[in-house]
Write a protein that binds this ligand. Sequence first.
Ligand SMILES: [Fe+2]
Ligand SMILES: [Fe+2]
Length: 435
Amino acid sequence: MVFTRQALPAIRPVNRLIDDGRMIVRTRLVAKVAVTTRSHNNSDEVMAYEADERDPERRTVWSVVVTGIGASDLNVTRLHRYIACNCRTHTTGGYMANASTDLQLMTELEPVAERLLNRHISMFKEWNPHDYIPWSDGKNFYALGGQDWEPGQSQLSDVAQVAMVLNLLTEDNLPAYHREIAMNFGMDGPWGQWVNRWTAEENRHSTALRDYLVVTRAVDPVALEQLRLEQVTRGFSPGQNHQADGDLFATSLFDSVIYVSFQELATRVSHRNTGKACDDTIADQLLARVSADENLHMIFYRDISDAGFQIAPNEAMRSLHKVLRNFKMPGYTVPGFRRKAVIIAVGGVFDPRIFLDDVVMPQLRKWRIFEREDFTGEAARMRDDLGLLVDELEEACAKFELSKQRHLEREARRAERITANRVLSTTGTLTLSRK
Ligand SMILES: [Fe+2]
Ligand SMILES: [Fe+2]
């Protein structure tokens, strides 16, 4: 399909169905072709569609090009009829000519999703957020006759405060993640059940973390609420609201399951290390509990991705390559993320070494990315490029260690100077005892 995007020609592989003289293209709401069509609904958006095939033996080529006006069709009756016609199986164009469609993949992976959902429910340990909150430490704020928050009330270190806020805001952004996976997984059958169950469990995390932080006065609750509003308003998808360059939407089932395999593992590690950084038994237990949930989420996504690598290795590799080459942490859209990320990296909660050793490599090993021999063509080249990426991440770890070392040395010298200055400024009052 050829259309105009920002005054330039854009070409996207699409699927099509012919219905009553009209060509029906089924697409995700966020796909470029759909966004373009919607934004031009009040004017005419000229589009062209080409289908072709090449016979290498006879050395013949045929192609058909049609042009017409594009428009969104949101008529529910017609949509159901199109779905029943299964128009997504008629994928054409570019490398997608031989690719399985998302609908085929979802159907093929549905029994796996059902098995993993049942395994998840059997392994899940029930817990209640209120059991992890020291309610008797709480008191009213000014609006109810008490005292508002002041920095001196926090018992957490600076690193623990930043890590807690970052983790909570990541959990707060649940509506964006729900939207992301619901759009790629669908809402029916085991896939839909997983989306809903996962959403309910994730919601518990933000409830528990916010209650803990507000009751213990660990951080400013007003700033926390403002950050939550800003974060959820920003959304999540890299690429959304120009948060990152390029076309980084998760546009397929594999994009989503592979991204969240890494994301869930990253949050598991981050919650666990944050719990330790808090130096408070209750916070440590709460974050260990949340971390255990994240682990169960991670193994669902990791294992369904693994099944995806078995049935469609090349398509799974394309998604893996896209995800890792453009990886952004789920907290990427948190206001002031870069500064916060540096603080928790220096504080040892989440740094480049942890990302590579505890998040990236375990998944690559589990999927046997560097051992398997079923990647072909472009996918095989992408696997080789992932080898280079791992080397680049190693270099980034070494660079980070070096700058962290220098930073800590600078801090130590500064602390020494402050102590020396204090001693000098109090010399007159010192008394020495002689024996
Ligand atoms: Fe969570
Ligand atoms: Fe999770």
